[in-house]
Design a protein around this ligand. Structure first.
Ligand SMILES: Nc1nc2c(c(=O)[nH]1)N[C@H]1C(S)=C(S)[C@@H](COP(=O)(O)OP(=O)(O)OC[C@H]3O[C@@H](n4cnc5c(=O)[nH]c(N)nc54)[C@H](O)[C@@H]3O)O[C@H]1N2
Ligand SMILES: Nc1nc2c(c(=O)[nH]1)N[C@H]1C(S)=C(S)[C@@H](COP(=O)(O)OP(=O)(O)OC[C@H]3O[C@@H](n4cnc5c(=O)[nH]c(N)nc54)[C@H](O)[C@@H]3O)O[C@H]1N2
Ligand SMILES: [Mo]
Length: 644
């Protein structure tokens, strides 16, 4: 794929004039962008500004984006697509262990006895990680997959548990109850390393195998089998993704899986752990760099005076002592007209946020929108200023951090197309116009600044990253490497060394917000296919022999009931909107369940159907559960319906 070909890359800045975007010089575009930010701060204060930072770009670029927000503008309103994906994993893991990273490493997935993939389809979405899973299986590990659909990943499993969407907590609680009743819990670990066990035991007690079967749709025998396999395994890896986190109670979902590891001691040891498979190539790193509203680089709490003063000394400017707005809160604040200016670097919220019509009207409500991207996205089409950027992954130097917390060096392989500029250089030019004389630093200088401020990155010089082909955090000193897994302390004999116990999460079942009824009887869940990427901006322009465009996957039973043929266009409606989409009859689907992606928004705008019910702790939307109706349409009415 000639992804970097400039033919449809953005190569000229654009500015809005009389309602239309027109080409402009870099000077004019940067002046306009900076003037809008300055006016916003002068008239409405720094908290009227928001930054969405790019989870595909380097750590160095993300560090600069949050520094721009905190230093040049003076607010903590910085966030990224982590909010739409794994923010609940970070929140859940932090609540249990005080740190939000996945606890194991890929090599340990090859060296374990049981792998559970819960609410994820890595065969499509994390193919490199899935290679490690397959090696683990070849080395003798059993594989369980928990997913409403019998996915390509599930095809490789020893056992697939096909549950009803949004019933993960009843399933996890029933597994826990079975482990307890069978006397398979790790009592020593529970006593030494956890808290809240008695309350947890009482919480899961009502979830008998038969109660769970009725609620989740998973046969009691399969629940029992997973419970016994997980508890009896010498080492076990629990891996999850968006089937767990894109729900209105996502942080609770994550806690319910962590509980299983606490019950059995499958955390803090080589080969046993808890692994959220992160989304975009550097969404882990973006958060680690402080491009989130409540943490500075290295997960240091923005509410801590001690932490703030360290950064203030380095940056020479006070840092706000309150949390900034999450991406979710920024969109709400646009509606209230509290957020007036937005700087979007490499995000496409018009097509990635739920309920498109709401997103669009909120963005239109802004005084000043600047979009910095490599393509002219639907979000960029609404901007006042569009700045053409380089593509971080192949057109700049820097580092990325993957799901196993490994920081890796990348080197510039290509020049950006003529006219496009490096993301960091653009930010420095804007900062300079806003009164900060920022010269564009080399990537390594930025990284060394990160190392000087973030203890968990301190030992990772570029030279050392090169020598070790990447290093996992934490890495506190240049002389040592830490173990490849986290929280070994929980196994220490000495209570002082063991530190804070990990609390069980006391979390109850809460079904999806968008209820099924006679008018909306089908459960729509949305997700990914192998050949396409998120909103399709980066993959839509390339041909692929496998790509069939947007489809509604439907079970053969439902297709027969509705009388629809494979390929026939149907109308899918939710309580918020409707689209026309061809049907794909698919025997991996269970009756009552339908599936769409959001990869082809220009053909079918899936986000007209989704709901913006969000997790109160993490702010993530319930993309995985909408209630819809499906109707046959008469011939000739096959234009996609769009409310754009
Ligand atoms: N090819 C490709 N790869 C990608 C991406 C892409 O767009 N295309 N995007 C990247 C990004 S940003 C991310 S975040 C990751 C996402 O990676 P994944 O999370 O693996 O991808 P999804 O397909 O969104 O969802 C995973 C599974 O959740 C299941 N699911 C739905 N509802 C529920 C539920 O209630 N409970 C359970 N247990 N499961 C449920 C779905 O059936 C689906 O198979 O992929 C990354 N990799
Ligand atoms: N219905 C439904 N909606 C979903 C989801 C779902 O499962 N279902 N999943 C959600 C998830 S997990 C995610 S992560 C979001 C994704 O949501 P977004 O991040 O908004 O979507 P992407 O298509 O990944 O957009 C990435 C943008 O970054 C630009 N870009 C790439 N590299 C660079 C760079 O180096 N510099 C700059 N400046 N720009 C760059 C690309 O051109 C593209 O426009 O979607 C969410 N929305
Ligand atoms: Mo994601």
């Amino acid at each position: 794929m000639d992804f970097s070909a400039p033919y449809d890359r953005l190569t000229r800045p654009l500015v809005r004039d009389g309602g239309e975007l027109r080409p402009a010089s870099w000077e004019e575009a940067l002046d306009r962008a900076a003037a809008g930010f300055r006016r916003g701060v002068e008239e409405h204060g720094p908290n009227s500004f928001g930054m969405l930072s790019c989870a595909r770009a380097t750590n160095e670029m993300n560090f600069m984006a949050q520094k721009f927000t905190r230093v040049v503008i003076g607010t903590n309103n910085v966030d990224s697509c982590n909010r739409t994906c794994h923010a609940p994993s970070v929140a859940g893991l932090s609540a249990a262990f005080g740190s939000g990273g996945g606890t194991s490493s890929y090599a340990e997935v090859e060296d374990t006895d049981l792998i559970v993939i819960w609410g994820g389809n890595p065969r499509f979405a994390h193919p490199i990680f899935f290679q490690h899973v397959l090696k683990g299986v070849r080395n003798g590990a059993r594989l369980f997959v928990v997913d409403p659909r019998r996915t390509s990943t599930a095809e490789w499993a020893d056992r697939w548990l096909g549950l009803n969407v949004g019933t993960d907590i009843p399933l996890a609680h029933a597994i826990a109850r079975e482990i307890l009743h069978a006397g398979l819990a790790n009592e020593t670990f529970i006593e030494r390393a956890t808290s809240g066990f008695e309350e947890y035991r009482a919480l899961v007690e009502p979830w008998t195998l038969s109660a769970a079967e009725a609620e989740t749709g998973v046969p009691a025998e399969a629940i029992r089998e997973l419970a016994h396999a997980y508890a009896r395994a010498e080492r076990a890896q629990m891996c999850w993704t968006l089937g767990i986190t894109e729900h209105h109670n996502a942080t609770d979902n994550v806690r319910s899986l962590i509980n299983l590891a606490l019950l059995t001691g499958h955390v803090g040891r080589h080969g046993s752990g808890l692994n959220p498979l992160r989304g975009q190539n550097n969404v882990q790193g973006g958060g680690d760099m402080g491009a989130i509203p409540d943490r500075l680089a290295g997960f240091q709490d923005v509410l801590s005076a001690e932490v703030r003063s360290k950064f203030e000394d380095a940056w020479g400017r006070p840092i706000q002592d309150t949390k900034g707005k999450t991406l979710t809160q920024m969109f709400e604040a646009m509606e209230e007209s509290e957020l007036k200016t937005l700087y979007v670097i490499g995000e496409n919220p018009v097509q990635s946020e739920p309920e498109t019509h709401k997103t669009t009207s909120r963005l239109r409500n802004l005084d000043h929108l600047v979009v910095q991207d490599i393509f002219l996205t639907r979000t960029a089409e609404l901007a006042d200023v569009v700045l053409p950027a380089s593509a971080s992954w192949c057109e700049s130097d820097g580092t990325f951090t993957n799901s196993e917390r490994r920081v890796q060096l990348v080197r510039k392989a290509l020049d950006p197309p003529e006219g496009a500029r490096d993301d960091i250089e653009i930010m420095c030019d804007l900062a300079t116009r806003l009164g900060y004389d920022w010269e564009r630093p080399a990537a390594e200088d930025i990284w060394n600044e990160v190392r000087s401020l973030s203890p968990m990155h301190r030992g990772m010089s570029y030279a050392r990253l090169e020598e070790h082909q990447g290093i996992q955090w934490p890495c506190y000193s240049e002389d040592e490497l830490e173990p490849t897994f986290l929280h070994q302390r929980l196994w220490a004999q000495d209570p002082a060394e063991r530190g804070e116990p990990a609390p069980f999460g006391i979390v109850g079942h809460s079904p999806p917000v968008d209820l099924l009824d006679e008018d909306f009887p089908f459960r729509l869940t949305t997700g990914r296919r192998l050949d396409d990427y998120n909103t399709g901006v980066q993959t839509g322009g390339f041909s692929s022999p496998l790509r069939r465009g947007e489809l509604l996957d439907l079970s053969p039973e439902d297709a027969a009931k509705l009388g629809v043929a494979d390929g026939e266009v149907v109308r899918v409606s939710s309580r918020r909107g409707s689209v026309l989409v061809p049907v794909s009859i698919d025997d991996s689907m269970r009756p009552g369940l339908v599936f769409m992606t959001f990869h082809f928004p220009d053909q079918v705008d899936t986000q007209l159907l989704t709901i913006d019910a969000t997790d109160p702790i993490a702010g993530t939307a319930e993309y995985k559960a909408a209630a819809v109706n499906i109707e046959r349409v008469s011939q000739g009415a096959e234009e996609p319906v769009s409310a754009r």
